[in-house]
Design a protein around this ligand. Structure first.
Ligand SMILES: Cc1ncc(COP(=O)(O)O)c(C=O)c1O
Length: 424
C-alpha cells in the first residue's frame, strides 16, 4: 500500500483497495476483449438461453408500451420498493415459501449483493449493547462477495469443514458440528446452493444449527441466488421455507437478468424496517426496472415454468457436459483431481491435490493462455487454520458453449499436468 493511500483514505477504503477477490473477478468479466481465443469460465454470468430471453424481452417490450413507462422512467420508488410491488411479492412468495407473508416482510434492492452489504453490517461489528458481534460462515468455501462488505474489519469466522469422499474423484464439504461455536456471533450466512462449490446444505443440518441459533436469537441469512423458487437449481434437495429467525434473499440475476439488478429480501418486520433505513441512505431508492418486470413475471406466474422446464434442464445438461469434458481431459493427461459434488448452481469446484504451485499462480498461468477461472483462495473468509484446499482449488462456470468448455478443459489439464508434484 502506498503512503498516499494510507493518508488520504479511510482504513475501510484501504482494505477495499487491497481486496482482489470480487473486484478482480468482476473486472475480468468486464474486460472481455472479444478475442476469439478467450475462454471465460471465471465469472458468475448466467447463460444466454433463448427461451428465457424471449420471456424477458416480451416482458420488457410490454413495459415499454404501457402508460406505466412514464412512472418507470420518471419516478422514484420508496427506498425498499413501493407498497404495491411489495404486496405483489408477498402474495406470490407466500405460496412458494410455505407461509403467509405480508408486504412488511419484503424489501427490494439493487441486486442481492446490495442487500448483503446492509444485512452483514446490520448484524456485525460494535453493537448497541456494547458487545462485538461476528459473522459465522458455517461451511467454507463460501460466496466471495460477502468478504469485505463489512465496515468493521475481522468480523468473519469460519472453521475447517468436514470433507467427505463421496466417490472416486468426488467429495463434498459438510458442516463441522464439533467446532460449531456461537460465542460472539451476531449472524450466520450460507448460500444454498453454495457459490462456489455447488453444495446444497441438507435441511437436517440447517435445522441442527437453528436449534442452537434460536436459543440465542441469532438470525440465519440464507442466500437463494441459485435456489428455490427461482432459478431453483437445487438438484434433488428439498426447497427452503420461510420461518422466524431466517432471512432469505432472492436474485433476478441467475434466472438471466443480471443487468436488471433486482434482489429481494424476505425477513421479519423489524429487519425489513431497518433495511429500509439503510437503503434510504445508501441507495435513496431501489431501481424501477426490476420491480416492474417482477410485477409482470409474478402476476403471470412465468418463473415457475421457466425454472422447471427451461433453466433446470439446461443447467443440468451443461453440468453433465462439463463433467465429461473436464474428467476426460484430466484423465488423458494424468491430472490428479477431485470435483465437489455439483448438486446445484452452475459452478464446478475442482481440487488438484498434487498441485506444486498455488491456485493463484495457476489462475495467472491460465490467464496467460486467455483462460479465465477463479482461484479458490478467495472463498475462505474468516478461516484462520491451515487447510490445504485453500491453495489447491479453483472454481469455474459451466455456463459457456461446449467448444469453449472443451478448449478450457484442455488448457487447464495441460497446465496442471506440468505443475504436479511427482508422487513417490
Ligand atoms: C451466492 C450469491 N449471492 C449473491 C450474489 C449477488 O448477486 P446479485 O447482486 O446479482 O443479485 C451472487 C452473484 O454472483 C451469488 O453468487
Amino acid at each position: 500500500m502506498t503512503e498516499t493511500m494510507d493518508q488520504k483514505h479511510s482504513t475501510w477504503a484501504n482494505r477495499l483497495r487491497e481486496n482482489q477477490g470480487i473486484r478482480s473477478l468482476m473486472e475480468d468479466l468486464g474486460k472481455q476483449t472479444g478475442h476469439p481465443d478467450e475462454i471465460l469460465l471465471g465469472g458468475g454470468n448466467p447463460a444466454h438461453i433463448p427461451e428465457a430471453e424471449a420471456i424477458f424481452q416480451e416482458t420488457f417490450a410490454n413495459l415499454a408500451k404501457e402508460p406505466a413507462l412514464r412512472a418507470l422512467l420518471g419516478d422514484y420508488q420508496a427506498p425498499i420498493g413501493n407498497d404495491h410491488f411489495r404486496e405483489i411479492a408477498a402474495e406470490y412468495l407466500s405460496s412458494h415459501f410455505g407461509t403467509s407473508l405480508r408486504k412488511e416482510n419484503i424489501a427490494f434492492f439493487n441486486g442481492s449483493q446490495n442487500a448483503y452489504s446492509y444485512l452483514l453490517n446490520l448484524h456485525s461489528g460494535p453493537m448497541a449493547d456494547g458487545s462485538f458481534k461476528k459473522i459465522l460462515l458455517p461451511i467454507v468455501p463460501e460466496y466471495i462477495g460477502y468478504a469485505d462488505q463489512t465496515i468493521t474489519e475481522g468480523v468473519f469466522v469460519a472453521n475447517t469443514p468436514m470433507v467427505k469422499q463421496t466417490g472416486k474423484n468426488r467429495f463434498q464439504y459438510e458442516l463441522n458440528k464439533t467446532s460449531f461455536d456461537l460465542t460472539d456471533i451476531g449472524v450466520l450466512a450460507i448460500s444454498r446452493p453454495t457459490n462456489p462449490t455447488g453444495n446444497v446444505i441438507n435441511l437436517s443440518d440447517l435445522e441442527w444449527m437453528e436449534e442452537r441459533t434460536k436459543k440465542q436469537n441469532i438470525p440465519i441469512l440464507i442466500d437463494l441466488a441459485y435456489g428455490n423458487p427461482f432459478p431453483n437449481l437445487i438438484g434433488k434437495e428439498e426447497p427452503i421455507h420461510f420461518e422466524n429467525g431466517r432471512t432469505l434473499s432472492l436474485s433476478f440475476s441467475k434466472i438471466g437478468l443480471p443487468g436488471v439488478r433486482l434482489g429481494i429480501v424476505i425477513s421479519d418486520e423489524d429487519t425489513i424496517e431497518t433495511l429500509s433505513s439503510f437503503a434510504a441512505v445508501g441507495n435513496l431508492a431501489v431501481g424501477n426496472l426490476g420491480v416492474y418486470m417482477m410485477e409482470q413475471l409474478f402476476q403471470k406466474n412465468l418463473l415457475t415454468q421457466l425454472s422447471e422446464n427451461i433453466l433446470r434442464p439446461f443447467y443440468e445438461a451443461k453440468r453433465n457436459l462439463a463433467l465429461a469434458l473436464f474428467t476426460d481431459a484430466f484423465q488423458k493427461l494424468g491430472v490428479e483431481y477431485e470435483i465437489h459434488d455439483p448438486m446445484g448452481g452452475f459452478f464446478l469446484w475442482i481440487r488438484f491435490p498434487s498441485l506444486s504451485i498455488t491456485n493463484h499462480q495457476l489462475y495467472h498461468l491460465c490467464k496467460d493462455k486467455r483462460l479465465f477461472i477463479v482461484s479458490g483462495h478467495y472463498f475462505f473468509p474468516g478461516l484462520n487454520t491451515d487447510f490445504s484446499h485453500t491453495k489447491e482449488c479453483i472454481r469455474l462456470t459451466y455456463c459457456r458453449k461446449e467448444e469453449e468448455l472443451a478448449r478450457g478443459a484442455q488448457i487447464l489439464a495441460e497446465i496442471v499436468a506440468s505443475h504436479q508434484a511427482k508422487s513417490e
